[in-house]
Design a protein around this ligand. Sequence first.
Ligand code: IVH
Length: 670
Amino acid sequence: MTHRKIKDQKDYIDLVNELIEHDKHYYKEAKPIISDYDYDLLIKELQAFEKKNPTLIHPNSPSLRIGEALTKGFKHFSHLTPMMSLANTYSKDELKDFIKRIYKLLEKEDVKFCTELKMDGTAISIRYEKGHLTQALTRGNGKTGDDVTLNIKTIKTLPLKLHSSEKNIPDLIEVRGEVFIHKNIFKKLNEKREEDGLDVFANPRNAAAGSLKLLDPKEVAKRHLDVICYSIANAENFVSSQFEMHNYLKEFGLPISSQKHFNLCKNLDDILSFANKIEKTREKLSFEIDGIVIKVDDIKAHKSLGFTGKSPRYAVAYKFAAEQAITTIKDITIQIGRTGILTPVAELEPTFVAGSTISRATLHNLDEIQRKDIRITDTVIIEKGGDVIPKVVSVDFSKRKKGAKKFEMPKKCPICLFDVENVKGEVAYRCTNLNCKGQNLRRLIYFAAKNAMDIEHLGIKVMQTLVERGFVSKPSDIYLLNEEMLSELEGFKEKSIKNLLDSIKKSKKCTFSRFIMALGIKYVGSESADLLANFSKDIKKLQKLTTEELINIEGIGDIAADSIVEYFEDQNNLDEIEKLLSLGVSPQKPKETKKDHLFFSKIFVLTGSLEHFTRDEAKKLIKERGGKTSSSVSKNTDYVLVGSEPGSKFEKAKKLGIKTLTEEEFSAML
Ligand code: IVH
């Protein structure tokens, strides 16, 4: 393939269409007709043109698949029809009741049911206008959802433009489906998070939902989300049968469940045999499901059946029980966290549950152990639902060994042997030694983690080795590491040494907010760190803030304020910060608001309900641009932003001759 140059808009559109065809060959048919290398060259060409001509970017551009565009928060929009949830059933009897109820309400027994997989992901509503994907909303509160269009566009199995077939493409169609993450991708994602010292996702559902709400579509693209469509808003305008719905969607090129995963059933027996078949193959599926969904097949009947609460009457979920296994507890060990909290962990006789071998399960805290009376050598039932962290459900007391002793929390920290104290008013136990090696390791991992100093290649394992070798005992030691030291470590070669040293160097230029996070001050998470960074602008000023000054920062509470003051009263902490700075760590001051922005020093008043922003979001946007907000209109007010059904503030603004702005005008000024 030859390198191409895009000369004009026509060349650009040709290339967009050509790449869409290649995507189809690759993702839909799994039969690419060009090499990955050639495809990348074309994409690069496309991106170069788009960078120079941002106004010409086509809404279907394949570059959107790799998440090039950036979102800033999410706007909210209304769904065409509400997105409801399903009522759950757990037993054959409950299912029987559902069928009986349907027979009664429809006044007939000749009713067909469509059975489908209940995907364990997060619901999405995708709007196509004249065949083009124009909007994707999360379920939100059921009536309005978050606009995650740019994120959804990274899902490669989802067409940006509906395929035309014999069927006419509707002017407007809102497709409903489930966004999910495949099990293998989920596993890799969590492994990487663990290495980076980040919290792992409890299950693929959380990972999918969390990924969909990331602000940077480029990051979303890395999560390789997938989607399966199963419904349409106002379905009765498009199809007459739920079973046919799948084929209807498929003809437009939309991803649907595999043919063997939906079925037409005549009665309870048919439904149960479908459920059994699916439950047996559940483990082999590449994604998680948590049951099946049973829907009345006749779409016309859906409306007449109505709904109760938030669930329609035409469908129910039939949930599978979480997968369980029996095993024994070989030991109960203790894990020490960053703040010294002791977490008991059950070391199990390895056993296979829900697709993986389980050898450990968290026991959470002493209360949980006492409530379930869990003892070492006990035979226990363990359970793994959608969650990756398995639980001990209960003890089989009939198998309890004689002399099995009640578990007691150690009086001394198993790592540093210091006293352990029961945290007042909490179920937690904490190691009292601030210099505990266990805590220290967790703090170092936290320091280097992605949402703090973001030092790539410095995950749990590497940090552990560095600590064991005595090279690192406090954060500043990381910035003293050199080639010679790293070459002594097993498995470290020229390339990995360079990678690590490069990322350490890169991390020196961190944002002030991340630097505050990295300090690991108790009760200061990323949101508080942002607030502190924006308020104090530099570390010297932050160190000197009093409790009163801290509490006055909107969003900082008493507990966090006390903890911040306490942290900076400790000379060791001040010395360590000094050392980090002297070694070249230079937290970047938060950007000054642009003085030349239209909003700078202007006073805004908001009235009425806004469609595209929450009030807080609008206020934040104003403040970020140097403007101020006030709750009442006066002659000092510069602008009144007017939503629908405005109150008396609107009248007052008119009376005083103050400029009013519609949401559109406001957005344009942003
Ligand atoms: S139908 C009124 N079909 O389950 C309900 N939902 O608990 C319309 N889900 O929010 C949804 N697989 O996110 C339907 N085959 C399927 C589904 C499914 C998964 C999810 C969906 C919904 C939740 C309800």
